[in-house]
Structure formats: structure tokens, C-alpha cells
Write a new protein. Structure first.
Length: 61
């Protein structure tokens, strides 16, 4: 999930910038994929923290 997040974030950002520079296309597609990539990165980090907290809790008991 983390790898796909980086890929979508990079390609979405490049697409967004290309649409802005070109002027003919709408930048919404690039913005969507950049936001989706950022969400996937956030979710991957959140899952990692949840697993770490779960492991800490299990080690206490």
C-alpha cells in the first residue's frame, strides 16, 4: 500500500503540474490521484502505529 501511495502521489503531482502548465486540460485528475496517494501513505503509517501499539499492549499483559 505504501509503494502504491508513493507512485500515485508522484504521478498525480506530475499530472497536476502538467495540466496547469499546458492550460488545456483540467488539473482535477492529477489532484485526485495525488490525494489518493497521500491517503494511502497516511493509512500505511497509521496501520504501522496500530500494530506497534497492539504489540506493546500484548507485551504488557
Amino acid at each position: 500500500m505504501k509503494t502504491w501511495g508513493w507512485i500515485l502521489l508522484i504521478f498525480g503531482s506530475l499530472s497536476f503540474l502538467g495540466a496547469l502548465v499546458g492550460g488545456n486540460a483540467s488539473p482535477m485528475g492529477g489532484m485526485f490521484f495525488a490525494a489518493l496517494g497521500a491517503y494511502l501513505l497516511h493509512r500505511a503509517n497509521q496501520k504501522k502505529d496500530e500494530e506497534r501499539k497492539k504489540k506493546e499492549w500484548e507485551d504488557k499483559c
